[in-house]
Design a protein around this ligand. Structure first.
Ligand code: SF4
Length: 377
């Protein structure tokens, strides 16, 4: 339900004072992002899924390649699993791409190949939560559906001086209601054809460019005259997110095993973390210790006497973070003699490995593996 506009004589509400300056600022300052040049829900949907947990500048080349290779919902629905994983390789959080394909298949089967326009139908698609459904419905269809993610939470808690923890149920509900009120007001005031679309994007954009987590650029902000955090010098304390969970350290040993110019790789199972992606044989070990030779022998099913290859050399160490995990992957190069037996498993040349989708860390090992052959020549 759209709230009635107040008469011209009543003082403007804080909602009103927020919407107009943000829309004007967005019109003058919005970044020219490729998915902003269309109102087709398919590319907008793909951008929203890619942007979950990933920065804009990282997403742009992935989005361009995806739309070039799979330009329609039907193409995404029918693409081989290996292809969608390869197109997603390096973006991480691979359940996103599997859900995207499941949704594309549902749209083809149940919605006559047309992306649904009803909010509830969009929300029912795999991998689409309340935020993403709101983003797609507002951006593509100009519906007054609210959005609330980290950027929007930061802007709203600061502008309106909301001190409670946004993860708490009541505060979260208050923020959703506020976001709904704002986007409804954007539609009611009729700022241009696509005012709901522009308003929600203006909130996201302000959070990304101006109202940043640290060092917000309040002097450049269109909302500074009405912003509680700015006026009361509370930008450091809002939003109040509580204590972050402490990081967990994890350590893995991986083995880049080469025989006659090919490397032993394996595909992960269909379910679980990094499902269906490729990797080098590896095992998680304790933060300290664990003899690489013993781990290698166990992985290869060798007896301790057999697990003694002459050339088990340190290859490289890859450090990365996923959610709260700080992961170290130590890789060793193992050169098997040309006449070595036990060559079961998938043995791939560097050219063949390039066509497979690896996790980001193991892709670095694949590059190091290819390099090891070049330097060996
Ligand atoms: S004035 Fe500062 S704290 Fe307030 S919304 Fe703008 S950038 Fe954020």
């Amino acid at each position: 339900m759209i709230p009635a506009l107040k008469s011209r004589t009543s003082p403007p509400s804080k909602t009103q004072k927020t919407v107009a300056p943000l829309l004007a600022w967005f019109a003058a300052n919005a970044r020219d992002l490729p998915w902003r040049r269309t109102r087709d829900p398919y590319p907008i949907w793909v951008s929203e899924i890619m942007l979950q947990q990933t920065q804009v500048k990282t997403v742009i080349p992935f989005w361009n390649r995806w739309l070039r290779e799979l330009p329609t919902i039907e193409a995404a629905a029918h693409a081989p699993s290996a292809k969608i994983h390869k197109l997603w390789e390096g973006l991480g959080y691979y359940s996103r791409v599997r859900n995207l394909q499941k949704s594309a298949q549902l749209i083809v089967d149940r919605h006559g190949r047309r992306f649904p326009e009803q909010f509830d139908e969009v929300l029912a698609l795999p991998g689409i939560g309340r935020y993403t459904a709101g983003a797609i419905c507002s951006i593509a269809f100009n519906q007054p559906t609210p959005i609330l993610d980290g950027n929007v939470i930061r802007v709203l808690t600061r502008v309106f001086g909301i001190a409670g923890n946004p993860k708490e149920k009541s505060i979260n509900a208050q923020l959703w209601a506020l976001a709904a009120d704002l986007v409804s007001h954007a539609r009611a005031t009729g700022h241009g054809d696509y005012s709901c679309s522009a308003f929600n994007q203006s909130l996201m954009e302000l959070g990304a460019l101006i109202c940043t987590p640290r060092g917000p650029q309040c002097q450049q902000c269109p909302l500074k005259r009405h912003c509680v955090a700015f006026k009361e010098d509370r930008t450091e304390s809002l939003p109040h997110l509580g204590k972050r969970p402490t990081a967990t350290v994890r350590r893995f040993l991986a083995f880049v095993i080469e025989r006659k110019g090919r490397f032993l790789v394996r595909q992960r199972p269909d379910a679980g973390v990094n499902a269906q992606l490729w990797e080098f044989p590896n095992a998680e070990v304790g933060a300290r210790g664990s003899d690489p030779l013993a781990v290698y022998a166990e992985l290869r099913g060798l007896s301790p006497a057999q697990g003694n290859p002459e050339s088990l050399q340190p290859l490289c160490t890859v450090k990365h973070s996923i959610t709260r995990y700080r992961i170290t992957l130590e890789a060793f190069l193992v050169r098997l003699p040309k006449n070595a037996g036990n060559s079961g498993g998938d043995w791939k040349t560097p050219a063949q490995m390039q066509k497979l989708a690896f996790t980001a860390a193991h892709k670095k090992l694949a590059s190091a593996a290819a390099q090891s052959i070049l330097t060996d020549r």
